[in-house]
Design a protein around this ligand. Structure first.
Ligand SMILES: [Zn+2]
Length: 298
């Protein structure tokens, strides 16, 4: 393998953990070419070497949502994503937003901001997509395309910053976290969620799960506790911790085993609420969940 260095921890011990087609946009779409996925043997971060797209241009256009979800309209966004708001409130709690200056970085059409706008003093939506910026402005939110733009006006002023399913898309996660740091006031908090490498699903399904879902052209990184904590320290945060959350229930795992394809949250009559809660809580307690949330304080 050609010389390579981990962008997160600078370690040079890198393994190729996958060589094949990966997801390209929505479910069932794959790259034409085989893609190598690499893993740092020190911090555990996983990445691929596809960097050919001009990311800024890509995320500000409608192409990204079109390729991912087959639509880029505001109303379709709410239909697809409003249901995730409850999960996000579960990660953040509801008490941190009252009378605060709150920013959501990579907020798309602002579904999460809608749910907290009645509590927050000021709502800031940071989103490169032109279509969604129009929607955010219509709702009266302070709107910026990039964190670097928001820093001009709100640097050192934001009380709470949230960012869900965004850090895995950025080419330079350290700069991303440094910009979060610059936006926050002293003792301001950020809550940053990202998918894990879903160790249980990979143990059961291996390359099937990796090809169909986990590895995707649009996710430049798959983070874990160690790599996130290291990034937080490098970005200058005083405090950092992670929490694990399991988004998908037992029915999802069983349907994967049956169909070898993603079917979402499938319910089976024999899976009681108690069974499902135990499944999720056990995975979270063991650090084996499908989602990880980094909590940092400036
Ligand atoms: Zn590393």
């Amino acid at each position: 393998m050609k010389y390579m260095k981990c962008q997160i921890c600078s370690n040079e011990d890198i393994s190729t953990i996958y060589d094949g087609q990966i997801r390209d946009g929505g479910i069932g779409r794959y790259t034409d070419i085989n893609v190598n996925m690499y893993q740092c043997q020190e911090c555990g971060v996983i990445w691929h070497n596809l960097r050919e797209r001009d990311l800024d241009e890509y995320y500000s256009s409608e192409d990204y949502r079109q390729e991912l979800e087959g639509t880029s309209s505001e109303n379709d966004f709410y239909r697809i994503h409003d249901g995730e708001t409850l999960d996000k409130l579960y990660y953040t709690g509801t008490t941190v937003f009252r009378d605060k200056i709150v920013a959501d970085l990579g907020c798309a059409a602002g579904a999460f901001l809608d749910s907290i706008s009645g509590m927050a003093k000021t709502v800031i939506g940071i989103e490169p997509s032109n279509v969604y910026q129009t929607a955010l402005k219509k709702k009266g939110y302070c709107t910026f395309a990039y964190a670097s733009d928001a820093i001009q006006e709100y640097g050192g002023k934001v009380d709470v910053l949230t960012s869900f399913d965004v850090i895995e898309h950025v080419s330079d996660p350290l700069t991303f976290l440094k910009e979060v740091h610059a936006l926050l006031r002293e003792k301001g908090k950020a809550i940053i969620g990202t998918p894990t490498d879903a160790p249980v699903m990979r143990a059961m399904l291996g390359q099937i799960y990796e090809k169909e879902l986990l590895f995707s052209t649009q996710h430049l990184w798959v983070f874990n506790q160690k790599s996130l904590m290291l990034l937080a320290k490098k970005a200058g945060f005083r405090k950092a911790s992670v929490r694990y959350f399991q988004r998908y229930g037992l029915g999802n795992a069983l349907s994967w085993l049956k169909y070898r394809q993603p079917k979402g949250n499938v319910s089976y009559s024999f899976i009681t609420d108690t069974m499902d809660i135990v499944w999720k809580k056990e995975l979270e307690a063991q650090g084996l969940s499908d989602y990880i949330v980094l909590n940092v304080e400036r």
